[in-house]
Design a protein around this ligand. Structure first.
Ligand SMILES: [Zn+2]
Ligand SMILES: [Zn+2]
Length: 285
């Protein structure tokens, strides 16, 4: 019988070995494309009505929409989170098809764009959404009209809910998403590992047993808010310590506040395998 637990262990153990076995003539068919749709913290950058120098920067890398990422491979296409900038992000990335949304948690900067799935609904039908039971209940409360079955408005968005049960891996297309449970202050949040890529946002602490799921990564995306400490988010030093512990080949920082500073200056201070993500950056894994 196929056991997800064994699969995860095998995946973790084989991750570094598989990398060595990759002759140039083998066509890579399962490469993941990760497109950073947004890399900003909850207010985005620039912030409404603020004269901070970073908010006034003309560098496009200092303009940050609310955090989200688009993951695609072959003809499969998923986003992680669906914040208030979702519509703009789908337009600027030219995303034409979406097979599902994986939610990290219920905060508005990660969920408030859900109404804008309608163009996908009209083309594809109900949108699969994957989340913790608590997050699904929260979404149902916030967007009650989406879940209405009686006297439903015909143009309302529609979703198909999938609960991420007991922290168990689940199928997305022909791949497996491994949920990684982390803490955002007192709030449980899911990060996700897909192949040798992991995406974690809004992390402040992590249980020891979850760390094993993050071994042998090629790319880790993790949040780094600013230099000053914060109660519910990694600051820059905590994110760098976390990266040093996990030793991914490369790491990208996201969920960034204007208080972290100018993109170009912060990037110069980072270790050589650590990069500040920016909006519309696309990487291949
Ligand atoms: Zn957030
Ligand atoms: Zn949050």
């Amino acid at each position: 019988m196929f056991k997800f637990g064994d699969y995860v262990t095998k995946l973790i153990n084989s991750a570094s070995h598989e990398r060595e076995f990759n002759p140039i003539f083998v066509k890579k068919t399962h490469q993941l494309k990760v497109y950073f749709l947004g890399t900003g913290t909850s207010q985005g950058i620039p912030i409404i009505g603020i004269d901070h120098e970073v908010c006034k920067s003309t560098d496009f890398k200092d303009k940050r929409l609310r955090v989200s990422a688009w993951i695609s491979w072959e003809d499969h296409s998923y986003v992680i989170d669906c914040g208030p900038d979702f519509r703009q992000q789908m337009l600027s990335s030219n995303c034409r098809k979406l097979d599902g949304i994986l939610f990290t948690h219920e905060h508005a900067d990660h969920t408030a764009g859900l109404d804008d799935i309608r163009p996908f609904n009209f083309k594809q039908g109900a949108m699969p959404i994957y989340a913790h039971k608590r997050v699904l209940a929260n979404i149902e409360q916030r967007f009650d009209y989406i879940f209405k079955t009686v006297d439903r408005y015909p143009g309302a968005p529609s979703v198909k809910t999938f609960e991420i049960e007991n922290n168990q891996p689940f199928a997305i297309g022909n791949k497996i998403a491994i949920p990684v449970s982390v803490w955002h202050g007192n709030l449980q949040v899911f990060g996700f590992r897909i192949d040798d890529f992991a995406y974690l946002t809004d992390v402040k602490t992590i249980d020891e047993e979850e760390i094993a799921k993050l071994k042998g990564l090629k790319v880790l995306v993790v949040n780094a808010l600013r230099e000053q400490p914060h109660d519910t988010h990694f600051n820059l030093q905590e994110a760098l310590d976390f990266i040093a512990l996990l030793k991914p080949e490369k790491a990208y920082l996201t969920h960034i506040s204007h208080m972290l500073g100018f993109h170009e200056e912060v990037q110069k201070k980072l270790p050589k395998n650590v990069f500040l993500a920016y909006d519309n950056l696309e990487i291949t894994i």
